[in-house]
Design a protein around this ligand. Structure first.
Ligand code: AMX
Length: 442
């Protein structure tokens, strides 16, 4: 057993006792109430999922296993001369809750390296897509096509104890994470470089550096990849992509079905696709300005024009966060260091000064501050990835690391099939009529 798997197993044994005790002793304890607006309003804020991989505080932002993003970036081991840590180390941290040593990360890098090979039929699936297809649709299909590789399915058919579900799920998850960057780079190459820029992975490189290499990018794009995959990895369990992955996996569908579904959820403009929307929107402004940097008043006018057309300002607002997203801040700091003179970064910076005030004045958005997507496309654009349809693929590679870690733990703790209850509008109206508040106010 590898060090990671061994450590994970010990953690699982300990954690099972806590979950069993909670269920046995406190199974009927009420911890939340549900309002009509939460039911009609997309289940906002209802406490109904449990995960120990990450927690999203509305004012502080995401913590992975208790660590803030800044702590994760400074404490995880790094390659010689790198600014950003190994992505492999993040997988170790998310799975075990322990900050890995460099040796532990190196062992995991070998594990990933040995699992990189993507079967030929996956390339055929990708190649069979018309070139106008969205890269997220291709990614979803490519991951789906790998389903026949699932160890979990083979074991399940052989008759697997529930206690052992996590083991073959771990194998599947690790196999998939190792392959995702290769699949992503291949899709980029097929769609935008007509297959001419394809590079095989370099066995001496870590996951982030290899992705940069396969994309044909020089330093510091290796750090951009590492940063990008790490900051997008997890955002607790209620966001659409994480929740979809968990929901599908709760039926004991294997990780390929689950991650393909996760990718489909991420592909919506209110979620992962927002980063490409930001770029499209900024390009609209740039075209309108004939390339010159807009004044503050011109910027304000563009924001108001968008709102007055009934559209949202992409990259701003959040269902949980009530402050500037730390994932935005991490990228902003990277931009300030590496590309302060970038024209689009200047646009983003200028927007930061006007959008929150306008959204507050408009009075609809509960959170007027920028989220991760307000910055992420601009970084990619700067390093030559100007095909913004592709940005959500990068998000998906990162997000799969967190969602897969969660699925392994779901299986380890025996979380059951997810099945919330729905009611009809008639029932809802009846329930409201029968409450004390309704009687008193009508
Ligand atoms: N611009 C304009 N209006 C906004 C807004 C924005 N950026 N963010 C929220 N609003 C509006 C909503 O559309 C809603 O309007 P309505 O009452 O007419 O329906 C109202 O403000 C209340 O919404 P909310 O409770 O503040 O947000 P939410 O939880 O319903 O939605 C989100 C959250 C992210 C979908 C929303 O803020 C949004 O559409 N933002 C722009 C798209 C975006 O950046 N998405 C990426 C989010 C991060 C991610 O998942 N990658």
């Amino acid at each position: 057993m590898s060090k990671l798997k061994d450590t994970l197993y010990q953690k699982i044994l300990d954690h099972r006792k806590r979950t069993t005790k909670l269920l046995k002793k406190s199974g009927d304890t009420v911890i939340d109430q549900v309002t009509v607006s939460q039911i009609i309003g997309g289940m906002r804020g209802i406490k109904s999922l449990v995960t120990d991989i990450s927690y999203l505080d509305p004012y502080e932002g995401i913590r992975y296993r208790g660590y803030t993003l800044q702590e994760v970036l400074s404490k995880l081991p790094k390659a010689e001369g790198a600014e950003m840590p190994y992505v492999e180390g993040l997988y170790y941290l998310l799975l075990t809750g322990e900050m890995p040593s460099k040796e532990e990360v190196e062992e995991l890098m070998v594990t990933f390296r040995n699992r990189r090979i993507v079967p030929r039929y996956v390339w055929d699936v990708i190649d069979s897509f018309p070139s106008e297809s969205h890269p997220m649709a291709i990614l979803s299909a490519a991951v789906m096509s790998l389903e026949r590789e699932s160890h979990f399915n083979v074991k399940y058919k052989q008759g697997l104890s529930k206690m052992d579900y996590w083991d073959s799920t771990f194998e599947d998850a690790t196999n998939l994470i190792a392959k995702m960057p290769l699949i992503g780079a291949y899709i980029y190459n097929k769609l935008y470089q007509k297959g001419k820029g394809h590079r095989y992975p370099d066995p001496s490189m870590d996951l982030g550096a290899n992705f940069a290499y396969m994309m044909g990018k020089d330093k510091p794009y290796d750090d951009v990849s590492r940063m990008y995959f790490i900051i997008h990895a997890d955002h607790e369990s209620g966001n659409v992509s994480a929740h979809t992955g968990h929901l599908v996996a709760s039926t004991l569908s294997d990780v390929y079905y689950s991650i393909s579904a996760m990718i489909n959820g991420l592909a919506g403009p209110l979620h992962g696709l927002a980063n490409q929307e930001v770029l499209r929107w900024l390009q609209g402004l740039r075209n309108q300005m004939d390339g010159k940097l807009p004044s503050e008043d011109e910027m304000k006018q563009y924001v108001w024009d968008t709102l007055n057309k009934g559209q949202v300002i992409p990259g701003y607002g959040h269902a949980v966060l009530r402050k500037t997203d730390p994932r935005y801040t991490v990228q902003r700091e990277f931009c300030l260091k590496h590309m302060p003179e970038d024209e689009l970064f200047k646009y983003v910076d200028a927007l930061y000064k006007v959008v929150p005030g306008i959204l507050r004045e408009q009075g609809k958005a509960k959170n007027p501050w920028p989220n991760v997507d307000a910055q992420s496309g601009v970084v990619q654009w700067h390093y030559g990835i100007t095909e913004y349809d592709f940005y959500t693929v990068l998000f998906a590679i990162g997000r799969s690391i967190g969602v897969l870690s969660n699925i392994i733990w779901d299986r380890a703790l025996g979380y059951p099939l997810e099945r919330p209850k729905s009611v009809t509008t008639d029932m809802l109206e009846k329930m409201v009529r029968s409450t004390k508040e309704f009687v008193n106010t009508n």
